[in-house]
Design a protein around this ligand. Structure first.
Ligand code: NAP
Length: 325
C-alpha cells in the first residue's frame, strides 16, 4: 500500500507518498481500507519531529479515518468485512490501509457521507470527553470556545448548542460570520478585543461556565478571569506555551476547576470507553442533523503537503480532509 511517510522531519515538503508494507490485523483489531483521513494540528508537530507516535502505534501520520473494513483480526465479534466505518487512530490514517483496535471504530452516522465521516472521530472524542464528561456542561450554561474556526472549535460550537448551552467563541474576524451560522451566539476577535471583557459583557458579568482552551499558558490567567463561579476550564492545547503562572486565590474565590487532557496517549481501553460514549451521546445528534461535519475542503492524500500548508496558515475553517483514490 501507499502511505504518507516522513523520511526526515521538517516543513510540509517533508511529507512523501511512498510504498510501505500492508498492515495486518492483530488480535482485537480490524483493518480499514481508508477513503479519507483528516489533518489535525498535532500532525504538523509530528511532521516536525516533535510529537512521536505512542508505543505500538503506526509510524505514519493521521489520527482518524473513514473507510471500509477489509480484514478482521482474532477476537473481533462486533465488526465484519465490508462495513463502512470511521475510526479514532493513534496514528496511521494518512495511508491506504490502517489497523485499528475494534473499540476505536464507529459506524458512519446515518446521513453522513463516507468521506466526510473522517472529519468526526478526533473532534467528537476530544470535545465530548472534555466538555461533557469532565466539565459536565449543562443546558442553560455558557461555553467559551477558543479557536472557534478550528476543527475542534467548529465541532464544539455545534455540540454546545445541541446541548442547550450558549456558545461564545474567539477567532479571527474573517471567520466570524460562518461561526455564527454554526450557532455561536457571540464571536470575539482575539486579535483586536479583550476576550475577558467581552465574555463578562455578554454574560452580564457572570462569566463562562465552561472554557475549552487550546492556547494553554498565554491564556491561563485570562481564562480563569473569564470563568463564572463554579466554572470549569479544560485545557486541550498548548499553542500559547506550556508553562503559565496562576494566582490560585482567583481560582479558590470562584470555586473553579482546571482540567487538562490529551487523547492520543491514552490506553486503548480508555479510548474505547470514550468512543462508546460518543456513539451513545453524540452520534444521535449527528444523525438528527444537529451536528454536521464541517469540511473546509477535500484534497488527495498525495497532496498532503499543500493541506498542511493550509492548516499551518490557518486559512481553513473546520477540517481539511485527505482522500485516497
Ligand atoms: N488534547 C487533545 O486530546 C487534543 C485533541 C485534538 C486537538 N487538540 C488541540 O486542539 C487545538 C485545535 O486543534 P485542530 O486540529 O482543530 O486545529 P486547527 O484546525 O489547526 O486550529 C487551530 C486554531 O487555533 C486558533 N488560534 C490561533 N491563535 C489563537 C489565539 N490567540 N486565540 C484563539 N484562537 C487562536 C486558530 O484560529 P484562527 O484561524 O481564527 O486564527 C485556529 O482556528 C490544537 O491546539 C490541538 O493540538 C487537542
Amino acid at each position: 500500500m501507499h502511505a504518507i511517510t516522513v523520511p526526515s522531519p521538517g516543513g510540509p515538503e517533508a511529507l512523501v507518498w511512498a510504498e510501505v508494507p500492508d498492515p495486518e490485523p492483530g488480535p482485537g483489531e480490524v483493518v480499514v481500507d481508508v477513503r479519507a483521513s483528516a489533518v489535525n494540528r498535532a500532525d504538523l508537530l509530528q511532521r516536525q519531529g516533535h510529537y512521536p507516535p505512542p508505543p505500538g502505534a503506526p509510524a505514519y501520520l493521521g489520527l482518524e479515518c473513514s473507510g471500509v473494513i477489509s480484514a478482521v483480526g482474532p477476537d473481533v465479534t462486533d465488526w465484519r468485512v465490508g462495513q463502512e466505518v470511521c475510526a479514532l487512530l493513534a496514528g496511521g490514517g494518512y495511508a491506504e490501509r490502517v489497523a485499528v483496535p475494534a473499540g476505536q471504530v464507529l459506524p458512519v452516522p446515518a446521513g453522513v457521507d463516507l468521506v466526510d465521516a473522517a472529519a468526526l472521530p478526533e473532534v467528537a472524542c476530544t470535545v465530548w470527553s472534555n466538555v461533557v464528561r469532565l466539565a459536565g456542561l449543562r443546558a442553560g450554561e455558557t461555553l467559551l470556545v477558543h479557536g472557534g474556526g478550528s476543527g475542534i472549535g467548529t465541532f464544539a460550537i455545534q455540540l454546545g448548542v445541541a446541548l442547550g448551552a450558549t456558545v461564545l467563541v474567539t477567532a479571527r474576524a474573517a471567520k466570524h460570520e460562518r461561526l455564527r451560522e454554526l450557532g455561536a451566539a457571540h464571536t470575539i476577535d482575539y486579535a483586536g478585543q479583550d476576550f475577558v471583557e467581552e465574555v463578562r459583557r455578554v454574560t452580564d458579568g457572570r462569566g463562562a461556565d465552561v472554557v475549552l482552551d487550546i492556547m494553554g499558558a498565554s491564556y491561563l490567567r485570562q481564562n480563569v478571569a473569564a470563568l463564572a463561579t463554579g466554572g470549569r476550564l479544560m485545557v486541550i492545547g498548548l499553542q500559547g506555551g506550556r508553562k503559565g503562572e496562576l494566582d490560585l486565590n482567583a481560582l479558590m474565590a470562584k470555586r473553579a476547576t482546571i482540567g487538562a487532557t490529551t487523547l492520543r496517549a491514552r490506553p486503548a481501553a480508555e479510548k474505547a470507553a470514550i468512543v462508546r460514549g460518543v456513539r451513545d451521546e453524540v452520534w444521535p445528534l449527528v444523525e438528527a442533523g444537529r451536528i454536521r461535519p464541517v469540511v473546509d475542503r477535500r484534497m488527495p492524500m498525495a497532496e498532503a503537503a499543500e493541506a498542511h500548508r493550509r492548516v499551518e496558515n490557518s486559512d481553513h475553517l473546520g477540517k481539511v480532509l485527505l482522500t485516497t483514490g
